[in-house]
Write a protein that binds this ligand. Structure first.
Ligand code: ADP
Ligand code: MG
Length: 266
């Protein structure tokens, strides 16, 4: 609705994991590098934590896009399941949608077969459990650990990546055996002020805008109210563009940002 007014070819601040908009702060770069390393070196398991909206899911999709055709993946986005349901969901995400077994032993055998088939096809396998902090049943973590027992003589059959909000770390710590299997960890932090500025400019540029809409002072205000969390930055910037469009202003000032922030929930 406001794209034409702001001379944009598309909406710049959508809360979707569209990696055309991916901005790699040094933090995001480091997180991506560690996940890539865990996968390429077949390290077994990795964990990525960070507050809601900091870019974890965005990085998961960026990683999978980067890994490309030589990898098979299963992404579980809602793991608030019991252990059997979770194994079924993993099979489902591998594309097995019919005649799924109902007991854990048969499901584990099926997953083992899928993983070996992938290797025979020259493909490595990545299983990503997003929102893993939502796992309530400790048996689920135990089952995930057992997945790591599926290996050949000299290598794991899969890389397991657990992604979730900071509580995940504590939950994993409570399962000593799983915790010891996690070879790589990373906690993704909020963006700092400089990165918040670069992030906003980057998204505007991808959306076709060449001239500044937000000045230094406005960006300072966006950083303050968003806490450097991309999801919140997107929301505030998008709302600011709507308000600015309504008022037919040429640039967004800090008072508009403040108003936009008031509409932010959570
Ligand atoms: N590095 C980034 N580059 C561009 N956009 C990002 C980045 N990180 C987050 N975002 C934006 O913020 C939104 C929320 O991020 P998301 O990955 O869903 O956070 P989380 O999974 O940590 O809760 C994404 O949909 C995306 O639009
Ligand atoms: Mg997420």
């Amino acid at each position: 609705m406001y794209e034409e007014y702001w001379e944009l070819s598309k909406k710049p601040f959508q809360n979707t994991p569209d990696h055309e908009f991916l901005y790699l702060s040094s933090e995001h770069e480091e997180a991506l590098m560690r996940m890539r390393y865990a996968v390429q070196e077949c390290l077994g398991a990795a964990m990525l934590s960070g507050v809601f909206g900091c870019g974890k899911t965005m990085l998961v999709w960026a990683l999978l896009a980067e890994l490309g055709e030589n990898y098979k993946s299963a992404v579980v986005s809602n793991p608030a399941l019991d252990a059997t349901e979770l194994l079924r969901e993993i099979c489902y995400q591998f594309g097995i949608k019919e005649d799924l077994p109902h007991n854990k032993t048969d499901l584990m055998h099926l997953i083992d077969r899928i993983l070996r088939n992938n290797i025979n096809d020259g493909k490595d396998t990545v299983v990503i459990i997003d929102e893993a902090h939502l796992i309530g049943d400790m048996m689920v973590f135990e089952e995930l650990r057992l997945l790591l027992n599926l290996h050949l003589k000299d290598r794991f059959l899969l890389t397991l990546i657990l992604v979730g909000q900071p509580e995940l770390e504590e939950k994993i710590t409570n399962n000593k055996q799983l915790s010891q299997r996690i070879a790589i960890k990373y906690h993704l932090d909020r963006l700092n002020k400089e990165d918040t500025k670069n992030y906003i400019y980057h998204r505007l540029k991808v959306a076709g805008r060449t001239e500044a809409i937000f000045n230094e002072e406005t960006i300072g205000a966006i950083f303050e109210v968003s806490g450097g969390i991309p999801r919140r930055i997107n929301h505030i910037c998008a709302m600011s563009l709507v308000i600015g469009f309504g008022r037919k202003v040429k640039t967004i000032d800090a008072s508009i940002v403040k108003e936009a922030a008031e509409s932010l929930v959570g």
